[in-house]
Design a protein around this ligand. Structure first.
Ligand code: PLP
Length: 379
């Protein structure tokens, strides 16, 4: 069976977890602090805060930006449902805009059209690891005094060229960037998330609110020679990452560049092997973006049935997934009529499929996938 994805974990991560377990401190502690330092250094952001997953990271980002009832947040419907849900958690309204069919990312022109006097933030999703047009979105956010939050759940290791210089996603191009370490992403801690920012006030709020808004963290109380009583300064959350996860994450970070290099080579090879198939549209990068290729998404020719080809490939032990879902079509969002056209988002869900891609994928297995796709498409 060729799976859709496979986490790149081995003995090094198992040993790191073992050491953390045997250290006597397993909840948020020194491993989390070290993971934050190393992650912020890697992406080039002044501050990083580790949390339990990217859904909680997005929620914290919105809470820290004071988003609440009556506020609107412009974002993509074409995303994992957690993006829209994070807005709902705050009692605010997600205003969905359509994607550009070439990049699967939100179109800054459509974002501009969706801004109203109630708009307070934009959540830009770097879908499947491909960076959004951040300079355009950042300019829009500045012009309208909005908070630009990046949903970089899939984009650890992706890069964008800004003023001629390649920079990693997370280097505070918007105000806040949120990452996921779920096993479907390029590096994993089982479950896990990270927020990066260049603004100390946001960082202070993330670190306070992820731990119940506790005035003195447990790490400080344990090391103190005087008795300290803590206070709860606000209604916070338990969004902590554990030291076991952080120890795994630190090891994964050392492998990130190698994983991305391999994924980029595999993506380039798919593009080579699947070229010249009538009607099949392959993904591509703008010249200012380098994707980590969290997913390789192809648009099927018009006459091909999405479910049928996925089943035909599954019958040959090749797992695929349909295109990224649209939140506005899910029962949870059925009560809200979208304000803006979402045709490209719907087409991407209905007409695209994701092919298997993971760092350990062998050239032979990849050739088997490409051959099967070619045969099923009658080429
Ligand atoms: C995976 C994903 C999330 C949620 O991440 P978790 O860590 O599983 O909470 C959010 N947004 C996007 C775009 C994702 O792909």
């Amino acid at each position: 069976m060729i799976p859709i994805a496979l986490p790149f974990l081995g003995d090094e991560e198992a040993n790191a977890a073992r050491e953390a377990i045997l250290s006597g401190w397993v909840s948020q502690g020194p491993q989390v602090a070290a993971f934050e330092r190393e992650f912020s250094a890697l992406v080039g952001a002044p501050y990083a805060t580790a949390v339990s997953n990217c859904t909680t990271a997005l929620h914290l980002a919105l809470v820290a930006a004071n988003i609440g009832p009556g506020d609107e947040v412009v974002t993509a419907s074409h995303s994992f449902i957690a993006t829209a849900n994070s807005v709902r958690y705050c009692g605010a309204t997600a205003v969905f805009v359509d994607i550009n069919p070439d990049t699967y990312n939100i179109d800054p022109l459509k974002v501009a059209e969706a801004i109203t006097p109630r708009t307070r933030a934009i959540i830009a999703v770097h879908q499947m690891g491909l960076p959004c047009d951040l300079p355009a979105l950042a300019a829009l956010a500045r012009q309208h005094n909005l908070v630009l939050i990046e949903d970089a759940a899939c984009a650890a290791g992706s890069e964008i060229r800004v003023d001629g210089i390649w920079e990693r996603i997370g280097k505070a191009h918007g105000q806040i960037t949120c990452f996921s370490f779920h096993p479907r992403k390029v590096i994993t801690t089982g479950e896990g998330g990270m927020l990066t920012t260049s603004e100390p006030e946001f960082d202070r709020k993330f670190k306070l609110l992820r731990q119940h808004a506790m005035s003195v963290p447990d790490t400080v109380r344990h090391g103190a020679s005087q008795t300290i009583f803590e206070q709860y300064l606000d209604v916070g959350f338990n969004y902590r990452m554990t030291d076991i996860q952080a120890a795994i994450g630190r090891t994964q970070l050392t492998k990130l560049d190698g994983i991305v290099t391999r994924r980029r080579a595999l993506a380039a090879r798919y593009t080579e092997m699947l070229g010249n198939i009538e009607g099949l549209r392959l993904p591509s990068e703008p010249d200012w973006a380098r994707s980590n290729w969290q997913s390789y998404c192809v648009r099927l020719p018009d006459h091909v049935d999405q479910r049928e080809i996925m089943q035909a490939l599954l019958d040959q032990d090749i797992a695929t997934r349909r295109g990224i879902m649209c939140s506005h079509r899910e029962p949870a969002y059925a009560g809200e009529k979208p304000r803006h056209g979402l045709r490209q988002s719907e087409l991407a869900q209905d007409r695209a499929i994701l092919l298997p891609l993971y760092a350990q994928m062998t050239d032979d297995d990849q050739a088997r996938v490409a051959d099967a796709v070619r045969t099923e498409l009658g080429m």
